[in-house]
Design a protein around this ligand. Structure first.
Ligand SMILES: [Zn+2]
Length: 424
């Protein structure tokens, strides 16, 4: 198998490349990146006027399998990923059963080996059943091949237990990903606490519920000298706290999701449950802080927090509807529309946050186009626009915040391990 991609604008922040070049792929690896490559290949792709970048590494994805195959499966989620230009995903552990022991991880791995269209890396749970009560055997999880630890969906409330988790994770050489939320402070809210929650008569979730837990998680990780990654940062105070911690040299990284730099809680005025996620869409000031955080490098990565839910779980009264939205198929286009076209980030910075930084944070050899590395590549038409439609989504669930929206940027090809896994 060989593929020659000709004349594209190759953007590879890991190697500080942004130039019109050709790329030769042989078998599953990048063979050469150079201008005017004279080489024969079984497949030749003309990428003139297109962006050629590493495939996206999405470090926050809920595959739902095993357990909730009515929402999504490994097959449907990775097909959605391929369509969105995503070649690697980190599977969050809140499946049924949870990824809290080697046996369950082996079960998921078997499904992945059979069905996955892109690379799937597994995140193990911190506590048994993600209940926040009993620490899992973290060394055993490491041996079973997990790439990180998280109780995502929940935070471990008990400080001592969380400190112990950081210590064990450090011993195992694993990253801990924190869903930083104080559920007591969140007071069973369903949208952002503020003017709009009052106006809608809905219970609100304060910024405090997030940033106080961000602060605690950073303190505990620092005490254990362990690496931590804060998931889905949504509010201005969190950005500030993380910026301060980075200045002090604490081993903290973080991500945000496209909806936090594209939408505010104004989007909830029609009680649209596809605008309901946790953390919630915040205020204009928070959105501006997230954009600044991306620009200044405080926010390292963009991840979808792809969270599929069935119609039955979303098309009900607002406070009973599930939290979460799908995002694999729209994240790149939302990034182009909201960050590149509004001059928040340039192309190399966007690609860095979607590809190289998450790969680096997870310690995986992806997200770059270095000769000899795995051939995970996306080819993008940046000027073309499309309308997000329910029928066009390949994910099993259609709960997108961007339905009906016109977005810029279409994926023409996604290549994963040297194979074309999606072609427009
Ligand atoms: Zn979460």
């Amino acid at each position: 198998m060989s593929i020659l991609i000709k004349n594209g604008r190759v953007i590879d922040p890991a190697n500080k490349i942004d130039a019109v070049l050709d790329i030769l792929i042989q078998d599953n690896k990048i063979s050469k990146v150079a201008s005017h490559l004279q080489a024969s290949a079984e497949t030749i792709i003309d990428a003139t006027n297109k962006i050629v970048a590493p495939g996206l590494v999405d470090m926050h994805v809920h595959l739902r399998e095993p357990g909730r195959e009515d929402k999504e499966t490994v097959l449907s989620a990775t097909a959605a990923a391929a369509k969105g230009g995503v070649t690697s995903v980190l599977a969050m552990p809140n499946t049924q059963p949870a990824m809290d022991c080697p046996k369950n991880i082996a079960l998921l791995r078997e499904i992945i080996n059979q069905d996955a269209k892109v690379n799937v890396f597994i995140c193990g749970a911190i506590t048994r059943g993600r209940l926040g009560e009993k620490l899992n055997d973290i060394l055993a999880l490491k041996k079973a091949g997990v790439y990180a630890l998280s109780d995502d969906g929940c935070s471990v409330d008990n400080d001592e237990l969380m400190l112990e988790a950081f210590k064990k994770a450090k011993l195992a050489g694993l990253l801990t990903i924190c869903h930083s939320e104080d559920k007591k402070l969140a007071q069973k809210g369903s949208i952002n606490l503020g003017f709009n929650s009052t106006r809608l008569g809905l219970r609100g979730i304060s910024n405090e519920a997030e940033y106080k837990r961000v602060r605690r998680d950073i303190q505990l990780a620092d005490q254990a000298k362990a690496a931590l990654h804060i998931a889905h940062v949504s509010c201005r105070e969190s950005v500030e706290i993380i910026a301060q911690a980075k200045k002090k040299g604490i081993l903290v990284t973080c991500e945000t999701a496209p909806h936090y730099f594209a939408l505010t809680d104004e989007a909830l005025l029609g009680y649209d449950t596809n605008m309901k996620m946790n953390p919630p869409l915040r205020s204009k000031e928070d959105l501006a802080a997230i954009r600044q955080g991306l620009k200044k490098g405080v926010i390292d990565a963009i991840a979808s927090d792809h969270a599929p839910h069935t119609e039955n779980e979303k098309d009900i009264e607002f406070e009973r509807a599930e939290f979460g939205v799908v995002g694999l198929e729209t994240e790149l286009s939302v990034g182009i529309t909201e960050l590149i076209n509004q001059e928040v980030l340039g192309w190399p910075e966007l690609i860095q946050k979607f590809c190289f930084n998450p790969a680096r944070i997870l310690g995986i050899e992806r997200g770059k186009l270095t000769a000899g590395s795995f051939a995970d590549v996306v080819i993008i038409s940046e000027q073309e626009s499309w309308i997000v439609e329910r029928a066009g989504l390949v994910s099993k669930s259609k709960n997108s915040s961007f339905l009906g929206r016109s977005l810029k940027g279409l994926v023409d090809y996604t290549i994963c391990n040297g194979e074309i896994v999606y072609q427009r």
